[in-house]
Ligand binder design. Structure first.
Ligand SMILES: [Ca+2]
Ligand SMILES: [Ca+2]
Ligand SMILES: [Ca+2]
Ligand SMILES: [Zn+2]
Length: 359
């Protein structure tokens, strides 16, 4: 033991859900094998709470796990002091993509999601896995397709909290992070399990930092529609929103439909516009009208052109007070920039909006 270096320090140790006062004892030696043993000893009774050999392997690593739907995923994680974190440091951003758990409470951001062996395989971890994995997908989409580095275009961290509240049937962007409920198992599964839901919420953050569409009446319905439309751009295999987590007992349905808004009680034309003061002036109802215009556009010119037009309109032409007619004008301006005002694309965007009664 003559070459052993021994250090100890009083620290807080996380033992399950509890924090305990502990001595962290570090034992470092080279013979008979290189070691950096970290031993946590309960300060109250001397019990060894945890011990592991941390030979300088703290840092970014790769783990694996199952998403909400039970699908296998490779995860960018981070090892620190014997615990693995959903902490993706592989993106060219200033921050990281990180996930917390509210542990069914309501304080935000909550505690870091951690795992002891980097196999995120317990069924309750599906929400944590997908929140981080899909946030990474949305980050990649905005960077690779639009050259936008995170929601603020300055590489800000993307933070998510899962297991928010109890059986909570919703997800939201709270102005600084994403928050997901577990759902009650009947109306929803854990909401981070749907890429289009994650894209929808993160797009609210993009909208907030760009057009800044006021969240009421027509500008609010446009704000909702932009989130649904980018939800489609991220998950273009169907026209439904949230189908992967909505009503686990019923196949083939969704929260909303871009191709057929009426299927879920939304108007698909100005003739059906709902005048109401509830839901911030019907933002989740009247979004059906611009959603249908987006469907008309995408089916006419294809996703690749449509997403360029929508991103340009959202980030350069729309303002906090843009209404449906202003959205048509913003999209036409963006189309003219990209394809010219005598292009087939320009005519297609015009027709898309005329066909939902917006001039
Ligand atoms: Ca594990
Ligand atoms: Ca979908
Ligand atoms: Ca369903
Ligand atoms: Zn929304």
């Amino acid at each position: 033991m003559s070459d052993t270096v021994e250090k100890s320090k009083l620290v807080m140790f996380k033992d399950g859900d509890k924090f305990k006062l502990a001595y962290r004892v570090a034992l470092q030696f080279i013979d008979p094998y290189p070691a950096n043993w970290q031993v946590y000893v309960d300060a109250a009774n001397g019990d060894v709470l945890k011990s592991f050999n941390a030979v300088n392997n703290d840092g970014p690593t790769t783990g694996s796990g199952y998403g909400v739907l039970g699908d296998s995923k490779t995860l960018n994680t981070y090892l620190s002091a014997g615990y693995y974190y959903l902490f993706d440091t592989t993106k060219p951003m200033n921050g990281v993509i990180e996930t917390y758990t509210a542990q069914n409470g309501s304080s935000l951001p909550g505690a870091y999601s951690v795992d002891s062996n980097n196999a995120w395989t317990s069924s309750s971890q599906g929400a944590d896995v997908d929140a981080n994995y899909y946030a990474g997908k949305v980050y990649d989409y905005y960077l690779n397709t639009h050259g936008r580095n995170s929601f603020d275009n300055a590489g800000a961290s993307i933070s998510s909290t899962v297991h928010y509240s109890y059986k909570y049937n919703n997800a939201f962007w709270n102005g600084s992070q994403m928050v997901y409920g577990d759902g009650d198992g009947v109306q929803f599964r854990p909401l981070s399990g749907a890429l289009d839901v994650v894209a929808h919420e993160l797009t609210h953050a993009v909208t907030e930092r760009t057009a800044g569409l006021n969240y009421s009446y027509q500008s609010g319905a446009l704000n909702e529609s932009m989130s649904d439309v980018f939800g489609y751009f991220l998950d273009p295999n169907d026209w439904l929103m949230g189908e992967d987590v909505y009503t686990p007992g019923t196949a083939g349905d969704g929260l909303r439909s871009l191709s057929n808004p009426k299927l879920y009680g939304q108007p698909d034309n100005m003739s059906g516009y709902v005048n109401t003061s509830s839901d911030n002036g019907g933002v989740h109802t009247n979004s059906g009208i611009p959603n249908k215009a987006a469907y008309n556009t995408i089916t006419a010119i294809g996703k690749a052109k449509a997403e360029k037009i929508y991103y340009r309109a959202l980030t350069r032409y729309m303002t906090p007070t843009t209404n449906f007619s202003g959205a048509r004008a913003a999209l036409l301006s963006a189309t003219a920039d990209l394809y010219g005002s005598t292009s087939a694309e320009y005519t297609a965007v015009k027709t898309a909006w005329t066909n939902v009664g917006v001039n």
